[in-house]
Write a protein that binds this ligand. Structure first.
Ligand code: ADP
Ligand code: 5GP
Length: 213
């Protein structure tokens, strides 16, 4: 009865709203959750580790992976290509592990419309205000002013897709958002579609019921 199917947990938000922070916390809470390491053509930021944060790659290699059908989804974001390699996702799901994606709305839409769509849980994070979003981007200290302005310009485009998601959280207090996120994951793991062992269990109950009466 413990058999379960892995979930594809998608976190999206405008840049700076807290996706990476909450993704990290969710995986600390349950280390069995695999993280989908995206491939990207953008240059690494200080401290980013190839193979852990992203698979940093060339445009030619990225395009080859798309043509060969090795990307579950892919998109062009902030002038660079980003995509989720399908192999590790399938391995994790087959082993009954959930996979967490930190991807934009285009990727979320593609996964929702894929063969794995029924096993997807999508969550959108909103900032409490635009001013606070800007403050967080600056406070993160990872981008220069021009990059921050570009991210701010794109933030409305991302926010405008908030209504395509299963759940929406306003990431005001970080601990409170983390707790809500955990509750959502806990509950979604109990979806009928995630518990393939239920059919056998109900059959066994039926047999017991017939013997009993
Ligand atoms: P994203 O991955 O969505 O671009 P990050 O997780 O990198 O965003 O968060 C951006 C910055 O905001 C980080 O410095 C992070 O520590 C901070 N942050 C995230 N959530 C909150 C919150 N609820 N309150 C205050 N600061 C936050
Ligand atoms: P960053 O460059 O800040 O790491 O990411 C920029 C944006 O690209 C973020 O919104 C992030 O969620 C998105 N992103 C990262 N990886 C992927 C991916 O594999 N696919 C898609 N569609 N978006 C991604």
């Amino acid at each position: 009865m413990t058999e379960r199917r892995g979930l594809l947990i998608i976190l999206s938000s405008p840049s700076g709203a807290g996706k990476s922070t909450l993704a990290r916390r969710l995986r600390e809470w349950d280390p069995s959750i695999a993280f989908s390491v995206s491939a990207t053509t953008r240059t690494p930021r200080k401290g980013e580790v190839n193979g852990k944060d992203y698979h940093f790659t060339t445009t030619n290699d990225f395009k080859a992976q798309v043509i060969e059908g090795r990307m579950l989804e892919h998109a062009h974001v902030f002038g660079n290509f980003y995509g989720s390699p399908i192999g590790p996702v399938q391995d994790a799901i087959n082993a009954g592990r959930d996979v967490l994606f930190d991807i934009d709305w285009q990727g979320a839409q593609q996964i929702r419309n894929s063969a794995l769509g029924a096993h997807t849980l999508s969550i959108f994070l909103l900032p409490p205000s635009i001013e606070e979003l800007h403050r967080r981007l600056v406070g993160r200290g990872q981008d220069d002013t021009a990059t921050i302005e570009r991210r701010m310009q794109k933030s409305w485009d991302e926010i405008s897709h908030w209504d395509g998601y299963d759940f929406v959280l306003v990431n005001d207090d970080l601990d409170a958002t983390e707790n809500k996120l955990k509750s959502i994951v806990d509950a979604t793991r109990l979806r009928r579609s995630q518990q393939p062992g239920l059919t056998d269990h109900v059959r066994a109950l039926q047999a017991q019921f017939e013997d009993f009466s």
